[in-house]
Design a protein around this ligand. Structure first.
Ligand code: EPZ
Length: 428
């Protein structure tokens, strides 16, 4: 396993380019199951989770080209062509699903196209139990026969039939699964309390390009008129707003001047509002954000509450908490999406942060000088918060188990080093 060695204290200067969004690439790949034509995706990120999805598709007999062949070339803007005509099994085995729960995104497309799927239940993960009951209720509402045995979900469906589906809670991949399934169902499906994340809207755009009839993307009511067949398409993966937000926060915390390019500022309004409230200045163009802060300047403590898009994203909560350890007062951070997404608090406290947890609320007292320490990553975004802590801590920080990072951040040590951070990746 690899770890990061970080020498803290440097301000960051330069430009960092954002990669394609993990949470857009994964559903985009699953959507290829809905057609026997080629689906060509460009702007793909080089991430462990994407490789896992390639492995899952290939295990089902689906042909992919272009992604793994270019694995060594770090500067290439990756693309992939997926063709599912050779599919020979509808199984998503436990050993793949347990490493990446987003494998459940094959459920909806398999049910719609083949009327059959056998997908391992994803189980919980570090940040919470993360049930998929809403996915399964939605598929059952569309007429699928859903059963669970020996840890596997079995789906059987002659032909999916449209339905009105109301999600009890907003679910991103649940919305994506049901939207994909409904594209080939008979009749017109209405999904209420649908997720509005940009990755959901992007998937809707891709499906429409494949011939689907979808209205309401980006709102909480989706209307999907089923069609008989979908065609292939070429589609560009949107930039990763969470990666972009992570670098915005890293620049704000470290001080300096960093331009974050190939991003969409409109996907980051909730974060940018809080960055401004914290007294940190930034400028933006339609595809970049530049953060500029004098190292000793004051950071105002601000409070956040994570909510579904367009509110403050849960995937930036841990990173923002690190920034708030440098605030000038007290910040209250409330996590409402996942029941166990405050695990980074323990590691930040070991570095000297003054944080108290009460249920799903963290009370962060600033300004505390952080001290470098050996720390361990626990989940993808917590890892990012610990790396940012290492960038601003006094002395050396070793972040172990950074395979968590590699799932969602493309060559983070190279991107950080290119803007002046002292980060290197070593074998543990
Ligand atoms: C997606 O996960 C993202 N993953 C997550 O990103 C992100 O944190 C999350 O949305 C919230 O924004 C991908 O898109 C691949 P949810 P998802 O279903 O879809 C409950 C990252 O770091 N729920 O929106 O799994 C659930 O327990 C990852 O990139 C049910 O109760 O999240 C949670 O409390 C982490 N039943 C809430 O809804 C269900 O059937 C939101 O979960 C489904 C969800």
């Amino acid at each position: 396993m690899d770890k990061f060695i970080i020498e803290g204290g440097n301000s960051l200067y330069g430009s960092v380019r954002i990669s394609g969004a993990k949470n857009a690439a994964l559903p985009a790949m699953a959507a290829a199951i809905l057609t026997s034509d080629d689906v060509h995706l460009s702007g793909m990120p080089d991430l462990a989770d994407v490789t896992t999805m390639v492995d899952l598709l290939e295990k089902m007999g689906i042909r992919t080209e272009g992604y793994k062949e270019n694995a060594q070339d770090t500067d290439l803007q990756r693309s992939i062509t997926i063709n599912t005509s050779g599919i020979n099994t509808y199984d998503a085995p436990y050993e793949l699903v347990k490493t990446m729960r987003a494998s459940v995104l094959v459920l909806g497309p398999l049910a719609a196209r083949y009327g059959s799927a056998r997908v391992s239940l994803p189980g919980g993960c570090a940040i919470g139990s993360r049930p998929i009951d809403l996915h399964l209720k939605g598929l059952a509402a569309l007429g699928a026969n859903v059963s669970i045995d020996h840890g596997y979900i079995n789906i059987k469906a002659k032909k999916l039939k449209a339905a009105k589906i109301v999600f009890d809670t907003t679910t991103v991949t649940g919305t994506e699964n049901i939207m994909m399934a409904a594209t080939l169902a008979e009749g017109t499906t209405v999904v209420e309390n649908a997720a509005k994340e940009p990755e959901v809207t992007s998937l809707a755009e891709q499906l429409v390009r494949m011939g689907a009839r979808i209205k309401g993307a980006g709102t909480d009511i989706l209307v999907i008129e089923g069609v008989h067949k979908l065609q292939g398409c070429s589609f560009d993966i949107i930039p990763d707003r969470i990666e972009a937000g992570t670098y915005i926060i890293a620049a704000a915390a470290s001080g300096g001047e960093v331009e974050i390019t190939n991003c969409n500022p409109r996907h980051l309004d909730a974060l940018l509002f809080k960055i401004k409230e914290a007294g940190i200045s930034y400028t933006e163009t339609d595809s970049s954000i530049t953060v500029k802060r004098e190292k000793q300047s004051r950071i105002r403590s601000v409070s956040i509450k994570t909510m579904p898009y367009p509110n403050f994203p849960t995937d930036l909560q841990a990173q923002f908490m690190t920034l708030m350890t440098q605030g000038d007062n007290t910040s209250v951070i409330t996590e409402t999406i996942f029941e166990n997404r405050l695990m980074h608090v323990g590691e930040l406290r070991r570095m000297g942060a003054d944080i108290r947890v009460e249920g799903n609320i963290a009370i962060v007292k600033g300004k505390t000088g952080l001290m470098g320490a050996p720390i361990m990553a626990t989940d993808l975004r917590a890892s990012a918060s610990l790396v940012i802590a290492g960038l601003i801590a006094d002395g050396r920080t070793e972040v172990s188990r950074i395979y968590h990072l590699d799932r969602g951040y493309e060559i983070m040590e190279k991107k950080l080093s290119s803007i002046g951070a002292r980060v290197k990746r070593v074998k543990e």
